[in-house]
Structure formats: C-alpha cells, structure tokens
Design a protein around this ligand. Sequence first.
Ligand code: PLP
Length: 443
Amino acid sequence: MSTRDDVLRWDRDHVWHPFTQAEEWEADPPLVIAAAEGVYLIDLDGRRYLDGVSSLWTNVHGHRHPALDAALRDQLDRVAHSTLLGLGSVPSATLARRLVELVARLPGEGAALERVFYSDSGSTAVEVALKMAFQAQQQRGQSARTRVAALQNAYHGDTLGAVSVGGIELFHGIYRPLLFPALRLPAPERPDPVVEAACLREAERIFAAEGHTLAALVVEPLVQGAAGMLRHSPAFLDALMGLARSAGVLIIADEVATGFGRTGTIFALEQCHHRPDLLCLAKGITGGYLPLAVTMTTASVYEAFRGPYAALRTFFHGHTYTANPLACAAALANLELFADGSLLASLPEKIQALERALAALPSAWVSERRQTGLMAGALLRDPPRPRFAHEVCLRARRHGVIVRPLGDLIVFMPPLAMRPDQIAETVQAVGSALAEAWASGPP
Ligand code: PLP
C-alpha cells in the first residue's frame, strides 16, 4: 500500500507534467488529486477545490455523475476494448448515429455531416481532419490544393499537423523546421466591426490570390481559447467560411473547446449560417470522463475515398484505441444528459453569474474581461513580476479553487453543472488571491 508521501515523491521523481516547467513544479510539493465529487476535486489530504477549469475544459455534468458512472459500469460488464480496425462495436455505431442526429441541428448552408471518424484527443481529431481534407481534394483531382489556411493565434493541438496550423509562437515556434507552412489569415481579438472588416478584406485578397492552392481552412468557431479567449463575431466567421466555400476550400471547424455547451449552445456553429465540411469534437464529448474524439464529415468527402482496394483511395489512418467502447459509452450517456434540454436552459443564468463576478474584480488589477458563454478569462493589468498570473492561481488553491493561467490571463471554464453561486465563489477566490499577491512580494 503506497502512502501519501510515496505518491508525492513518485510524482516529483518520475512524472513529466505537460506544459509544465520542471523547476517550478519541483519547487513546491505537488497538489495530487485523489478523488472528486460533483464540481469539487479532492486532494490526498481530503481538501476540496472547485474545479474552475473543468479539468482542462472537459467536465460537463460534474465528476462521478451517477448516470455516467452507471453507463461505464454497464459497458465494463460487456467489453472494455475491441478494435475498430476491421470490427464494429455496439457503442461506436450507436454513438455515430446519435452524433449525426445531434449535428443535424446545425443551421444553414452546407451538406449534412453524416460520417464519423473516431480518434482519441482534440489534436488527433484535427490531425485526421487535415489529412482527410487534403486526401479528399487530391482524390477529387484537385492536385494543386496542397495547402491549409489557418487564423493568426490559432491553437489546434500539439501533434505536428495541428502544430503546423497553430499560430502561437511560444508553443509552436521551435518546431517550425519540422512543420508544413500554413497560410496565415488575420484574425480579430474581439468582435470589433472595424477590425473584423479589415481582417475580412485581407482574407478576401488572400483567397482571390491563393484560394486555388488551398485544400482546407481550419477555424476555432467564435473563441480562440488557448490564444487567450480571443473572440470574433458569428458574422465574421460566416463571412470567412463563405469565402472558403466559394473558393472550393473545405471548411474544418475545430469545436474541441467550444463544443458541448461551452458557448451557451451545444455547438458554437449553431450561432452561424454555414455548416463545415469537417467538424472536430473532443474534450466535453464524454462529459470529461475518458479520452475520445471524432472528426465528422459529409457524404461528399467520404465519397472521395471510395473505390476498389487497388485504387488505393483508402484513408490509411487509425489509432490503437480508436472508438474505445468505454469512452463511447460515456459519450452516449453524456448526450443523454443533454437530451432533455434542462442543462442548456440553465446556462443563461450561469453565464450571467460569471459575467457579474468578473465585472466585480477590481479594474485596478484586471484590464480586460473576455467571455463567451462559460468560456472566460480575466487579463491581469500591469503584472508586477513575471509569472504573476501563475502565482495568483497557486494562491487561489488556498481559497479552495483550481484555476490555470494562459500567460497573463486567468481562465475560468466551470463545468456546465456548476451552480451560479459556486461560479461566483470561484471568481471571488481568485479576487482574494489577487489581493494577497499584490499585497505581498514574490512568494
Ligand atoms: N483544438 C482546440 C480548439 C483546443 O482548445 C485544444 C486543446 O485545448 C485542442 C484542439 C487539442 O486538444 P487535446 O489537448 O485533446 O489534444
């Protein structure tokens, strides 16, 4: 039986944490989560913390939800994993059907998304979409279409294809020699009509000159989350998607972060008028329980891969745990929980609670509040020392809240199930941590 101290030591000595500088991690005893309940995470010492970033933007209905737990136990009694390479599975077929029905709610122009390709993370969903779009264009005889357009400040994940279309220098810069060059389109940082019009004029010029060389355009609908909750209007996105469609460019919508209610609607694209040709979903798809992702596409894209085996039009891509049945069972239970509409109906009140709490943070310390639905960030004004937002997040733990920064921005991404008073408590805890950090010197 391992003791608490064993676990702390093993973590420090052997675990390489993602997006984490080792020196900083090793400086303090790590916070290790041992359990969870509803919207609370519980550490090795039994202390409880509000999960203010939904365990990296994934959790929807809270932890240890009875319906999700039961769905997993039920699937465990059947089979934990069987491969999708050459075999079907009951949960993956059922989930594909349910997802196709769900995305049929997307309004506007464009074909139905009726094919589901499974993978395991947001990055792989995008990786699949990029390869699929490229290969579809090639196999349709569009051999000049070899490039992909992406927005400034884009973030689509950490595998090399996703990094190629990414535009965050801090994360992506060092890998440039390994990457394919993406065509970069200007993007607004907030829904300002003048800036959006200027970005669109530039995009129009680029599509006129280069559109015929493009296989796909990849976008994060409405919010560029990892870039720091940068926002644009549905009208901007619609105009951009319109330009791509007129130029014969396939539209990849990356709703990895925005999907499953984050922006107030199940999908951000419900607020737009173009359907994408490829839709990437992950994170909240299992309610935050297990790794699963899908890349959904149209009959027309699927058709480009049909033919006798000898024609070698196959999509030669697949991961070992693709469409893991446990993950699919969790996703089905997640969709079931959305089905009666009560969670979505509860969102406006929660979104307002977040807005009010952010507004109450003193403007002496916060220069900007960025929010779309339950995706938000508070930008710190004139931080007095490097890594100040990181320091504030560590202090917030003493007030019973887990949050994470993105640069100088403190991110708030509560599970959709979090109550308005708990959302307010999360933001207030960060306010207290900010006050303490300003009042004291470096820790
Ligand atoms: N796409 C977007 C828009 C994201 O925000 C993220 C992760 O934050 C990803 C892709 C990558 O997802 P994952 O970390 O599951 O690979």
